[in-house]
Design a protein around this ligand. Structure first.
Ligand code: MF3
Ligand code: CO
Ligand code: CO
Length: 259
């Protein structure tokens, strides 16, 4: 199998799906407060996606995932399952939204800090975001995909943080997770990695840990991924289109437009 190149009609549908996914993160931000349960956030997002956006929440029943969004708190790296647990002051939470509109996926996530941010919380959230942005800025036709991962991994290391190796970004379109695999560190195989071409669409979604890169998957629910050393972890995600001259972020939020 090779990497799909989207035609102009498919690209327009990816734009719509991406914009709708980003609107869910904008909508939910007012509800991310001390005392709210992640289950409540899931329910609000589910209803908004289905009723207002007339879209499908892609995680629901995906390989058996039980909810419509992922909520990953503190040492949870990714794939946190919304639950009755309440957010408390100082928590950091990643909310990951994937919607399907007209057959195409938009996938994006961001960090929220609940209450007054601690120094550690601010650090890990900003290092993770900056690493994603540096990766996105690399994207243009002709570069090798592996160069994105190198930039992300090198930056995290300069900040004494580590990048998770067991999960990566992915091609996206009519399929949620398709080729290519977008690795967020230098695995020593840059020259073997694909050369980017206009019309490719994929996510960049580094998971960055304050401690080591090793992670554990819950044996209880089969989903929740945590840092092995219990250190804080943060993640940001955008869906990106390779254009003739560079890239377009398909999931950009209004708050990011003037950055
Ligand atoms: N949205 C996640 C990603 O960025 C995937 C979640 S899969 C789920 O690829 F099943 F956990 F929802
Ligand atoms: Co993704
Ligand atoms: Co996602």
């Amino acid at each position: 199998m090779s990497i799909s190149i989207k035609n102009p009609d498919q690209i327009e549908k990816m734009r719509v799906a991406g914009t709708l996914a980003s609107s869910v993160l904008e909508m939910i931000s007012d509800y991310v407060r001390t005392g709210v349960t992640t289950e409540k956030l899931d329910q609000i997002c589910h209803d908004f996606i289905v009723n207002d956006l007339e879209s499908i929440p892609a995680p629901l029943n995906y390989n058996g995932f039980p909810k419509s969004i992922c909520t990953s708190v503190n040492n949870v790296v990714c794939h946190g399952i919304p639950s009755e647990k309440k957010l408390k002051k100082g928590d950091i939470i990643n909310i990951d939204i994937t919607i399907i509109k007209d057959g195409f996926h938009g996938d994006t996530s961001k960090m929220f800090i609940v209450g007054k941010p601690s120094v550690k919380a601010l650090k890990i959230c900003s290092v993770a975001r900056e690493s994603m942005m540096l990766g996105i800025e690399m994207v243009r036709p002709g570069i090798r995909l592996g160069e994105i991962g190198k930039v992300i991994g090198d930056y995290a290391r300069t900040k004494n943080c580590s990048v998770v190796r067991d999960y990566c970004g992915h091609g996206i379109g009519e399929v949620f997770h398709e080729l290519p695999q977008v690795i967020h560190y230098d695995d020593g195989r840059i020259e073997q990695s694909p050369i980017l071409e206009p019309g490719m669409t994929f996510t960049i979604e580094p998971m960055v840990n304050l401690g080591g890169y090793e992670v554990i998957t819950s044996r209880i629910d089969g989903w929740t991924v945590t840092t092995k050393d219990r250190s804080l972890s943060a993640q940001w995600e955008h869906t990106i289109l390779v254009t003739e001259t560079g890239h377009e972020v398909l999931t950009l939020r209004d708050e990011e437009r003037n950055l």
